[in-house]
Design a protein around this ligand. Structure first.
Ligand code: AMP
Length: 403
């Protein structure tokens, strides 16, 4: 999966960045927001020897922006396109698809313009990655949350707040608290009893300023140009000020309630907030654990462990030949299983089958003596005899055909 991400992202000009696993707590407090659940409740923070607080990273965008500033990447031709992969840490309540150490693959495009073509291309890249993985039931939802000005999102949030005040008594405790702390987050609520109320609330799409409305319309057109199917969801929001305009989320099949496999959006104010120059930015983070779950649910798990050739050897004289052919096959790039001790052929073939091997190479003392080796195709049980040289030739041809 990671290999595929690297390949697909490289075709869009993205290069890898490896941010550190921990950073000063203050970086996350500023970038993710001290009021958010992630920072206020879920971060693993500890005191360093010099009594400063450091935290295991709950996400990586903050670190990428910090590195962008620290290493003067604004000097590079924009947008600077970076991807990362690795573990993130959040002290959430563990359940299926939600872990305290989980893995993300993410990418950021920093600097240059906020042209909607960038938003659309970044989304196209994730969708292409998912298509390559053959992920099932992929659904892209998009929205625009405008920008922080009074004639745009700030005005909308005031209206939303007023509307929420009116229905306060019917809301749950969390949403009631959020009317004051972060009213946009009320729209995220999954509480059954709040759904009808939320559907009657004012919608951001009706309150975007002209510039943001134009940007959003163009993002949609750019997605269409790229053949990327999407659904609009006005409830898709981000609660932090530096997030603006495009937001998106992608869900996949087989994941139950934790079905988001990717979240992303534009964050044009973040680099500046962290002390850098005004910088446009857009990015996403994919939950790798959930991708694996979804692929497994669809019966596509474990493919990486498959073997091309299982070497079923038996007898002292057969082992040197088995080691030798294993070395040659591996050098040619085959995935080879060479059992460390001899096995009866019946058991060996059973093992080969369990490992999803394509072929079993049967090497007993008779085969070694005659120089005629037996290759069994496990899918149909057919067998063929080869000399060592013709065997390698045959397998290489098969490989070319299948790749
Ligand atoms: P976020 O950084 O919260 O926007 O999350 C981006 C993606 O990371 C989500 O869509 C999930 O797929 C994944 N993710 C977030 N938190 C967790 C977690 N605790 N366990 C597993 N995956 C997660």
């Amino acid at each position: 999966m990671e290999q595929t991400a690297r390949e697909v992202f490289a075709t869009f000009g993205f290069g890898e960045i490896r941010p550190p696993v921990f950073e000063p707590t203050d970086l996350f407090a500023r970038a993710v927001g001290g009021e958010t659940d992630i920072v206020s409740k879920e971060m693993y923070s500890f005191e360093d020897r010099d009594e400063t607080s450091v935290s295991l990273r709950p996400e990586a965008t903050a670190s990428v922006c910090r590195a962008y500033i620290e290493h003067g990447m604004q000097q590079l031709p924009p947008p600077v396109k970076l991807y990362y992969l690795g573990p993130m840490f959040r002290r959430e309540r563990p359940q299926k698809g939600r872990y305290r150490q989980f893995y993300q693959i993410g990418a950021e495009a920093l600097g240059g313009t906020d042209a909607p073509g960038i938003d659309a291309e970044v989304i196209e890249m994730v969708m292409l990655f998912f298509a390559r993985l053959d992920l099932e039931g992929v659904q892209l939802e998009i929205n625009s949350i405008g920008h922080g000005a009074p004639e745009c999102r700030r005005g909308y949030v005031e209206k939303l707040k007023a509307a929420l005040e009116k229905v306060k008594d019917k809301l749950g405790e969390d949403s009631r608290r959020r009317i004051e702390t972060n009213p946009l987050r009320v729209l995220d609520s999954k509480l059954e009893s709040e759904q009808a109320i939320i559907s009657g609330l004012p919608r951001i799409g009706d309150h975007l300023c002209d510039e943001c409305a134009k940007h959003y319309a163009e993002v949609k057109r750019q997605l269409e140009l790229r053949g990327v199917a999407f659904k609009e969801n006005w409830r898709l929001v981000r609660g932090l000020d530096y997030y603006m305009r495009t937001t998106f989320e992608i869900t996949a099949k087989g994941l139950g309630s934790q079905n988001a496999v990717c979240g992303g959006g534009r964050y044009d104010g973040l680099v500046e907030l962290l002390g850098g120059p005004p910088t446009k930015g857009i990015g996403f983070a994919i939950g790798e654990d959930r991708l694996i779950l979804s692929l497994q649910e669809a019966g596509k798990g474990g493919i990486a462990q498959r073997r091309d050739v299982y070497i079923a050897w038996l007898g002292e004289k057969a082992q040197p030949a088995a080691i030798d052919v294993a070395q040659k096959l591996r050098k040619a790039g085959f995935r080879v299983e060479l059992p460390p001790t001899e096995q009866k052929f019946g058991k060996a073939l059973g093992q080969a089958d369990k490992l999803g091997s394509r072929y079993a190479l049967i090497l007993g003392e008779d085969e070694v003596a005659s120089g005629q080796w037996t290759l069994k195709t496990l899918a149909d049980g057919s067998q063929q005899k080869y000399s060592e040289a013709t065997l390698l030739e045959f397998l290489s041809k098969q490989k070319q055909l299948s790749s």
